[in-house]
Design a protein around this ligand. Structure first.
Ligand SMILES: Nc1nc2c(ncn2[C@@H]2O[C@H](COP(=O)(O)OP(=O)(O)OP(=O)(O)O)[C@@H](O)[C@H]2O)c(=O)[nH]1
Ligand SMILES: [Mg+2]
Length: 396
């Protein structure tokens, strides 16, 4: 695996940079930067300042304008900051130009997400998938990534590269890519066989934006101990448990979380991990309803499910973290009736939009878990009846 562990020194201070596109508000971009700050924190850096710029189109050479670059350069020189993080994917040339202009390490959103995935990968499959995505990301950026590769200890000298060296590196990277693809194909074959062995059980998969509480719910429903924490992408590998509710068995899987602007190569290389989602009979779409951007996040998840061709399945939408939602929404002076009304409005709206397939819970407070169980059980039984009309052992 590429050693990207030192993308940041511990608790390294960084500044964040975001573009405000013509159809975006400053407010929206700030919420996106909140997420970027959370990503940076997960990767080990502390964001201490944000810069935004309104532009119709990103600058092809430097992504943002000259004046803004100058402003950033002065700020980071003054504060002795050595890393800047962009909320978008940059080309190799852009990275190069920006690093020259501001004399600081320049990291883009994809770089950051890949770095987090690289740290989190535990199994051979996840490691190979991340590594593949990293090399594919690097390939078209070899010139701009020169400094990055140096940092990665990619076997490259300290002076700037000539054309031939870059050609050689390209060849090496391409060879790595094809090796990794072979390795992954091998692992795929094994896991496909394993999945086929699971027989006739209905398969249910937890999907959703990262950090919404999928693993926490998995633990509550399966009484297992899946790793869950308040960081992005705590889960990279799929875990599957056999669960029995009221004598009805089914399989429940916890999967990797989604995020907006997930690097394209990462989605590609995680396709096989996401097979669990594609092959599932029922999806549990988990939402962190306490998040200010939860509706955006639902959109990202729905879009990703469509890309995966996994959208045409029964879906139960689970609105999680209701405890936090109440904490954030209710002012102390609100009377109980008003609180009730607010909750009713929220529930009514989403029941309507999901055709009655919504559940509102708090996984950590164990609120409404019984209702969630009932909802899942109802759908699971419905499918067993359709699929195996003559087999009654599943429902009694
Ligand atoms: N307040 C509150 N916090 C919750 C609730 N459910 C989960 N959390 C917290 O949210 C954080 C993320 O939970 P996870 O279960 O790791 O989320 P996930 O969706 O599996 O995240 P990834 O695997 O990173 O995609 C943890 O700190 C949980 O303790 C809830 O109902 N209320
Ligand atoms: Mg998880």
């Amino acid at each position: 695996m590429l050693d990207k562990k030192n993308i940041f020194q511990d608790k390294e201070r960084a500044v964040l940079i975001g573009l405000v596109h013509k159809d975006q508000t400053e407010h929206q971009v700030n919420e996106y930067l909140d997420e970027l700050a959370f990503l940076a924190e997960t990767a080990g850096a502390t964001a201490i300042k944000r810069f935004t710029q309104k532009l119709l189109h990103p600058d092809t050479r430097t992504f943002i304008g000259k004046g803004k670059l100058e402003e950033i350069k002065n700020y980071i020189a003054d504060k002795n900051i050595r890393v800047v993080i962009f909320d978008d994917e940059l080309s190799g040339a852009q990275i190069n130009n920006i690093e020259k202009a501001i004399e600081a390490k320049t990291i883009d959103r994809s770089d950051l997400i890949l770095d987090i995935f690289a740290r989190r990968a535990k199994t051979a499959q996840a490691k190979a998938q991340v590594e593949l995505a990293q090399y594919q990301y690097i390939l078209p950026r070899l010139r701009g990534m020169w400094k990055h590769l140096e940092r990665l200890g990619g076997g490259i000298g300290t002076r700037g590269p000539g054309e031939t060296e870059i050609e050689t590196d390209r060849r090496i990277v391409r060879e790595k890519i094809s090796l990794l693809k072979k390795k992954l194909a091998e692992i795929d074959k094994q896991s496909y066989t394993q999945r086929k062995d699971r027989g006739e059980f209905i398969r249910v998969a937890l999907v959703g934006y990262t950090n919404v509480g999928k693993s926490t719910v998995m633990n509550v429903l399966s009484k297992r101990n899946v790793f869950a924490e308040n960081k992005l992408f705590a889960t990279l590998d799929t875990t599957t448990s056999k669960i029995v509710f009221e004598n009805t068995p089914f399989l429940l899987s916890d999967t990797v979380g989604f995020i907006r602007k997930l690097p394209h190569h990462l989605v590609e290389s995680f396709k096989s991990t996401l097979d669990e989602v594609r092959e599932a009979d029922i999806l549990l779409h988990m939402v962190d309803v306490s998040h200010p951007n939860y509706e955006d996040q639902m959109g990202v998840v729905n879009k990703t499910l469509q890309d995966l061709d996994a959208y045409n399945k029964p879906i139960i939408t689970i609105f999680n973290k209701m405890d936090l939602y109440e904490q954030n929404t209710f002012d102390e002076w609100l009377n109980e009736d008003t609180k009730k009304e607010i909750l009713e409005d929220l529930k009514e709206r989403w029941q309507r939009e999901t055709n009655g397939n919504a559940v509102f819970i708090s996984a950590t407070e164990k609120q409404n878990i019984d209702q969630l169980r009932k909802k899942i059980l109802g759908k699971v039984r419905e499918l067993y009846r359709i699929r195996y009309p003559y087999k009654s052992e599943f429902f009694y």
